[in-house]
Design a protein around this ligand. Structure first.
Ligand SMILES: C[S@@+](CC[C@H](N)C(=O)[O-])C[C@H]1O[C@@H](n2cnc3c(N)ncnc32)[C@H](O)[C@@H]1O
Length: 287
């Protein structure tokens, strides 16, 4: 075990302290970083540390772990998250939702006339808004149903952006059809567009951490957890999939990103893993 200072990142921490930092990040966010990203993580830590009045990086790390600096801890985790997303990201996913999943759920829920959807790592909102647009464009009869749309993320900054529903030209140009732009957005100025308030108000956005309990959340007909589990180790990933399965209604769907299924094809009890036209998903057993 080496106590050498980590010169490469310019921050004075021992190897043991760095190990402690990565264990702390994993326990709080589920994220496990590849060795090649170590220097980048340390740079993010250094940036947050330098903005504080802590006496040393080691003491600052202990304060984070001891939960004495919750705002700085939040800022550190924010700096490590990748929020990459876009409207209608992954055509196969949206075709499956429109052509297979929604017709099936509509059939199953016809009597109770309700549908609840949770995007469990929804970033700045493009995924939940694209699902909402898919429903409004293709299943207008659902407007008379009790519809619940939730989108959560660990990052409070990105949740604020999602709630505002305000996007710049380059975000609007990625994935959106011109017809959706006219129907669902207001042009604020040359650079910014905003989702109309009547559509924004249909979605509840809140912070939620995938490694923490979902017991306080209701159950859903459809849960999406896409393009996030890839950052977690297999144990954490399987635990999250199991707990998401617990929050599914019978006959409900759980969909991960294509990359997230790696080492995750054996479903938890009561949930089946299926593939339709090359598209993988989980479904909660009816019995
Ligand atoms: C790459 S984005 C994916 C967004 C969207 N699902 C998509 O596929 O386009 C991953 C999101 O997961 C969030 N995230 C990372 N760790 C998380 C955790 N432990 N709990 C909840 N969200 C997390 C990040 O903040 C980020 O916004």
């Amino acid at each position: 075990m080496s106590d050498a200072l980590l010169q490469d990142s310019g921050i004075n921490l021992t190897e043991d302290q760095v190990t402690m930092m990565f264990t702390y990040i994993r326990s709080k966010t589920g994220m496990v970083f590849a060795p090649r990203l170590k220097t980048w993580v340390l740079k993010q830590f250094e940036m947050i540390y330098k903005a504080t009045k802590s006496i040393s990086p080691g003491q600052f790390l202990l304060d984070l772990i001891g939960e004495r600096k919750p705002m700085e801890a939040q800022a550190f985790f924010e700096s490590l998250t990748v929020h990459e997303t876009m409207f209608y990201r992954d055509k196969k996913y949206f075709s499956f939702v429109k052509d297979t999943m929604l017709p099936d759920l509509i059939n199953k829920n016809r009597l109770k006339k309700s549908l609840s959807i949770w995007i469990a790592a929804g970033s700045s909102g493009q995924e939940i808004y694209s699902i909402l647009f898919t429903i409004l464009n293709n299943f207008p009869e659902l407007l008379s149903w009790n519809l619940n749309f939730y989108s959560t993320d660990i990052s409070s900054q990105i949740i604020k952006k999602a709630k505002d529903g305000m996007y710049e030209a380059h975000e609007i140009q990625r994935g959106l059809e011109p017809a959706d732009l006219t129907k669902f957005f207001i042009k604020l100025n040359d650079r910014n567009w905003q989702i109309k308030p009547e559509f924004r108000s249909k979605v509840t956005f809140q912070t939620s951490n995938l490694v923490e309990s979902f017991a306080m959340l209701p159950t859903f007909d459809f849960i999406s957890c896409r393009n996030v589990l890839i950052y977690f180790d297999d144990t954490t990933k399987m635990d999250i999939v199991k707990r998401l399965g617990d929050n599914l209604n019978k006959g409900g769907y759980l969909i991960l990103g294509q990359v997230d299924y790696i080492n995750c094809k054996i479903p938890p009890q009561g949930v089946s893993y299926k593939i339709a036209d090359g598209f993988p998903y989980y479904i909660k057993d009816q019995a």
